[in-house]
Write a protein that binds this ligand. Sequence first.
Ligand code: S3P
Length: 167
Amino acid sequence: MKKLIVLIGMMGSGKTTVGSALSKKLGFDFVDIDNEIEKQEKMTVSAIFNEFGEQYFRRLEKEKTLFFANKTNMVLSLGGGGFEDEETQKLLKKNGIVFYLKATPQCLFERIKTSIHRPLLRKNFSVDTIAFILKKRSANYEKAKFIIDTCDKTPDEVCDKILRYLK
Ligand code: S3P
């Protein structure tokens, strides 16, 4: 059966690492939306936020996601805010199997504290800021078909859990 696997969750939830490993195990293509936007715009996500603002980035993000939403045999990894849009949610839920890679603010903080490329966290980087963003997004993330707690798992273990759900 042809499948579109969609990974959603906060920055640091492991979408890219897990997505890439999962695609190899399944023999599927792997697409990371942030990556696709950077290739198209020839700019980093951070530079796009800086020069054109968040709204502009969200438009590009939606366009790219909708473009890939009807592909099959693909693992699609969204940016942390990529599942906020209602049209995107509906289409991905209709065409794909959506997995929410869940993690606590503390666990996300530990994972991303050394990365400086995340524009939303550059100004006020703390567990509280992550908790604030997560609280706003949780209801949308929880629309996923499957929710996987990632804090106590390695990327490989998350990958195996997804594979078990897919059987
Ligand atoms: C964002 C998450 C980032 C990237 C952008 C905005 C967000 O992706 O899309 O910086 O709004 O949470 P990752 O979740 O892959 O870090």
